[in-house]
Design a protein. Structure first.
Ligand code: IMP
Length: 193
């Protein structure tokens, strides 16, 4: 079964391939497709669906897409769908360490540190057929960055059950616990009979 993955992220493709061994995963780059749709949806699911639909229109075969980010309760769910662009207002895209520092400043001494990574995943199976799921990885925002693994906001999100931040987890464990892995496993149950 060929499934296209509407992403340029090779790291995500490897993660997904381990969870969906039945699928032959292809990304736009494999076919020389220049794919960079505007991710201007209001929700993670909007963005996952718009990416999947955009690639489906080109390849006419099943397409999977995801969209993810960090939602912090005390910030009203921000940075949310704008996680990759958080802090952009400063005039340029910040790197991950700067972005994390900005989030810590914005949260200040706030006592409610509850936050989660969220991942929406959608599979367009045909013109009028799609499956969609959304999963989370729940944690708390620390008062400083900790750990050097992973990427993005990983050094900020502490997982009480693991006693570590996501950036302190071995890669294989993160790939089992993550919002993306949970969403991919849930989607697999829907599509593999
Ligand atoms: P996208 O789904 O690849 O567009 O991810 C959007 C942004 O959310 C990334 O640039 C990261 O800042 C953040 N993000 C998503 N997943 C993770 C994760 O597993 N760890 C850390 N940051 C993440």
């Amino acid at each position: 079964m060929v499934i296209w993955f509407a992403s340029g992220n090779e790291h995500k493709r490897v993660e997904l391939a381990a969870i969906l061994p039945e699928a032959e995963l292809r990304i736009p780059e494999d076919a020389g497709i220049d794919f960079a749709p505007e991710e201007d949806g209001e929700t993670f699911l909007d963005n996952a669906l718009l990416k999947a639909r955009a690639l489906y229109r080109i390849v006419s075969e099943p397409v999977l897409a995801d969209d993810s980010g960090l939602c912090v309760d005390a910030l009203g769910g921000r940075p949310g769908v704008r996680s990759a662009r958080y802090g952009e207002e400063c005039g340029r895209l910040l790197d991950a360490v700067e972005r994390n520092a900005l989030l810590l400043r914005e949260l200040g001494a706030e006592r409610n540190r509850a936050a989660r990574f969220v991942c929406a995943m959608a599979l367009i199976a045909g013109e009028h057929r799609f499956f969609a799921v959304q999963e989370t990885l729940e944690g708390e925002i620390l008062r400083e960055q900790r750990g050097s693994g992973g990427f993005g906001y990983d050094p900020l999100l502490y997982l009480p059950a693991q006693g570590r931040t996501v950036a302190e987890l071995p890669a294989q464990l993160k790939n089992r616990l993550s919002h993306r892995a949970k969403a991919a496993r849930a989607l697999r149950k829907l599509i593999i009979k």
